[in-house]
Structure formats: C-alpha cells, structure tokens
Design a protein around this ligand. Structure first.
Ligand SMILES: CC(C)(COP(=O)(O)OP(=O)(O)OC[C@H]1O[C@@H](n2cnc3c(N)ncnc32)[C@H](O)[C@@H]1OP(=O)(O)O)[C@@H](O)C(=O)NCCC(=O)NCCS
Length: 178
C-alpha cells in the first residue's frame, strides 16, 4: 500500500537504493529535496542523516528558510516490501506557499517514482494522499505543473482532478480544487 512517510535514517538502505535508481535520469530527482544541501547528492548514511535534518527544518514554517526556498513537507513514498518492511519507492514534496517562480513551474506539489516501481499507481496514490495533507494546511487548491512532454505526470495530475489553466513555455499548469 502506498504511503507518505516522514524521512528517517531508519530507512537509509532503501532510500539509498531508491536514489541510486535515478542515476541514469538527467537533472535532479524531483521532490528529493537534495537541493537543501549545498553539494552534490550522495548515497552515504552521513548524507542521508544531513538530508533528513534539512528536510525537518524545511518543514518548520516558523523557521527562516534559505533564500528562494519555501517551507515544505517532503515525504518519502513507500510501499510494503515482501518481508513486511517499508520500501522507499519515490519522493513527494508539498510546498506550503508559492513564489513567483513556483507559480510558473513547480507549483505546490512535486513527485518522482523510482524507475522499477513505475506504472503501479504509486504517483497517483501519493498525489491523492498529499491532497489530504494539503487540506490540513488549508491550502484550498493546489497548483501542480508538468512539462508538456511528460504524459505520465500529466495523466497523474488529471486523474487527481487537475484542471489545466494554461501552458507557459512548455509547462502545463493545473489546479486541483481541494
Ligand atoms: C511521472 C511519474 C511520477 C509517474 O509515476 P507512476 O507511479 O509510474 O504513475 P502511476 O502508475 O500512478 O500512473 C499515473 C497515470 O499515468 C499513466 N502513465 C504512467 N506512466 C506513463 C507513461 N510513461 N506514458 C503515459 N502514461 C503513463 C498511468 O497509466 C496512469 O494513468 P491511468 O490511471 O489512467 O492508468 C514517474 O514516471 C516519474 O517519476 N517520472 C520522472 C519524474 C517526473 O517526471 N516527475 C514529475 C515531474 S512534474
């Protein structure tokens, strides 16, 4: 069953395996929050611990955030493994507010699912779970964006009720009413 869990070093092994699967994909891993750490991402336990702490600080709306970074809840998307343990299958980030840039690209929610767990419904379920969290934050509606050439993400957003407002510079901008 797909779940959104708060990052924890207890899931280090499966987090590292998940991150490792993205090495052949260009750019940063969507919603991994690795941009909170000012150096190249690693899959070491030390880096994982640093990232977990940075993600916790980023979720605290009362703290001053780094320049250009808004408070956000970063989750690890998990599934049940064969042995009953949780498997990290991806990442989802729910931003509490929008900047001018996030209004153009990025929106409130970002997500990615590791290649070996795609097309099993995880992104769709994770996005729906994030909508419940967003209701708790009284966000009212969510902006979710994707590139025009990303049919998997567009479908995920549309299945969650996203209504296309417009496309700007190749980026589709959808609103999901909560
Ligand atoms: C986009 C992404 C998160 C989708 O994850 P996923 O877990 O495979 O998606 P789901 O299994 O929940 O599928 C959601 C919908 O998209 C469809 N879909 C999934 N992959 C697809 C593909 N490659 N082409 C077309 N449709 C696709 C599914 O069929 C499903 O639609 P349905 O409910 O009508 O059957 C995943 O492909 C990914 O991580 N991509 C790289 C990162 C990324 O692009 N993140 C989004 C940035 S905006």
């Amino acid at each position: 069953m797909t779940a959104l869990v708060r990052p924890t070093v207890e899931l280090y092994d499966t987090w590292a395996a998940c991150v490792g699967e993205f090495e052949n994909e260009p750019g940063h891993i969507h919603a991994s929050a690795t941009w909170l750490i000012d150096r190249e991402p690693e899959t070491t336990r030390e880096y994982c611990a640093e990232l977990v702490a940075a993600i916790e600080a980023n979720a605290d709306a009362s703290r001053v955030q780094p320049e250009g970074i808004v408070p956000a809840d970063t989750y690890w998307v998990t599934d049940d493994g064969d042995d009953g343990d949780r498997v990290v299958v991806g990442f989802l980030q729910l931003r509490h507010t929008l900047t001018e840039r996030l209004r153009e690209i990025g929106g409130h929610v970002g997500y990615s699912i590791r290649p070996s767990y795609r097309r099993r419904g995880h992104a769709g379920r994770a996005l729906r779970l994030s909508m419940e969290r967003a209701r708790d934050l009284d966000l009212g509606r969510l902006l979710v964006t994707c590139h025009d050439d990303n049919p998997a993400s567009a479908r995920t957003i549309e299945r969650a009720g996203g209504v296309l407002e417009d496309t700007r510079n190749g980026v589709r901008r959808y609103w999901i009413d909560l």
